[in-house]
Ligand binder design. Structure first.
Ligand SMILES: *Cc1c(COP(=O)(O)O)cnc(C)c1O
Length: 357
């Protein structure tokens, strides 16, 4: 088998990229159309409208579309909304919280770090000692440990402080309830290759009117929100976008709006619960008590190494799950339920795990 054949025959259960539906895959195989015209503008405007609807964004919200990985949208949000002289609080409970800290520090935004370990933040105690901040940055689902934060609690803090609520919803959007109005979210960062189950390449930031009012002249040419918003008003982007992913995004959003986002949450929840029941007799334990529908992080309860399990799933079954790094390398691995993942798919993973463990 060639290297390429080997790659495309993977059975993917990683938290990005995720399993894609057949009709979306077929749309990825068409000729890339020209995009500086009315037809493409209409498609972009419809994507913006549908995204705002699915996220239940407040009236007057807008979307910035970036052709980039999700991290670019995190960095662009910091560059365009935060300022060097005004402190921001960042929830840091894993790799992605740490990434927000690093981005703020690089851009000289003073950071008040809230270091937590699988604390849902619901009782507000982790936030109680924080001084006055200009923004709170939180990862909806900390993908490195499979843990959900209580966005209603972080929203309460932001309301009391009158500060921006910036949410990295990349690995929660579509599978887990995200509601910009009820969760008071001002900037919602999402990307194409998680719950939306598209190829990587498009990252989006949904901005409430409060966030739009804070967009300032940024220090970046490519990531300048003001120019994206100006061109976006007529359904265009300043530079060539990932045109083919836009075609797939449009179809995916059309389907979600047609069936309702609640059906997506329920699908992911039932698949996640099925998987968790299926592995309950194996020497594995959920790593978090506040798990998302998107993914399950599992801790080894016997002496086996999590990294060895990940390797054997790949070498013996072509099943790709996500290993952890650092201290968790031998203790934890992660199985995604995002995208077009079915109960049958989960049966394959459960059977493979039962054989290995
Ligand atoms: C995947 C992910 C990102 C972005 O990762 P990229 O590799 O830059 O696309 C950011 N935040 C969270 C929570 C994620 O799960």
């Amino acid at each position: 088998m060639t290297m390429l054949e080997n790659l495309i025959r993977q059975d993917v259960f990683t938290p990005g990229p995720v399993r894609m539906a057949d009709d979306i895959l077929r749309l990825g195989a068409v000729q890339t159309p020209y995009f500086r015209n009315e037809a493409f503008s209409q498609l972009v405007l419809e994507c913006e409208r549908w995204l705002l609807k699915i996220a239940n964004a407040p009236a007057g919200s807008r979307v910035v579309f970036l052709t980039a990985a999700g991290t670019a949208a995190m960095e662009a949000t910091v560059m365009n909304l935060l300022a060097q002289e005004r402190p921001a609080a960042v929830i840091n409970g894993g790799t992605f919280g740490q990434r927000l800290v690093d981005i703020c520090e690089l851009h000289r935004v003073p950071v008040l770090q809230v270091k937590v370990d699988r604390d849902p933040l619901s009782d507000g105690s982790a936030l109680a000692e924080l001084g006055k901040v200009d923004a709170l940055l939180v990862t909806a689902h900390e993908t490195s440990v499979g843990h959900l934060y209580d966005l209603h609690a972080t929203a309460r803090f932001c309301r009391d402080q009158n500060c921006l609520h910036v949410v990295d919803g990349i690995s929660a959007f579509i599978t887990d309830p995200i509601d910009m109005q009820s969760q008071g979210i001002d900037a919602l960062i999402i990307s194409s290759h998680k719950g939306l189950a598209l190829p990587p390449g498009l990252a989006m930031v949904l901005l409430s009117p409060a966030a739009l009012a804070r967009v300032h002249g940024s220090c970046s040419y490519y990531f300048d929100f003001a120019s994206h918003l100006r061109d976006g008003a007529r359904g265009q982007t300043p530079f060539t976008p990932a045109v083919s992913i836009f075609l797939q995004l449009h179809e995916r959003l059309r389907q979600i709006v047609e069936t309702g986002i609640e059906a997506e949450w329920a699908r992911a929840q039932s698949v996640a619960e099925y998987f968790r029941r299926g592995i309950s007799r194996l020497p594995l334990a959920p790593y978090s008590t506040h798990m998302p529908n998107a993914m399950t992080a599992l801790e080894m309860t016997n002496r086996a190494s999590a990294m060895d399990v990940v390797r054997e799933l790949e070498s013996r079954h072509r099943i790709m799950v996500a290993p952890n790094g650092g201290d968790l390398r031998d203790r934890v691995f992660r199985v995604s339920h995002m995208g077009a993942t079915s109960i049958n798919d989960m049966d394959r993973v459960i059977a493979a795990l039962a054989e290995i463990l």
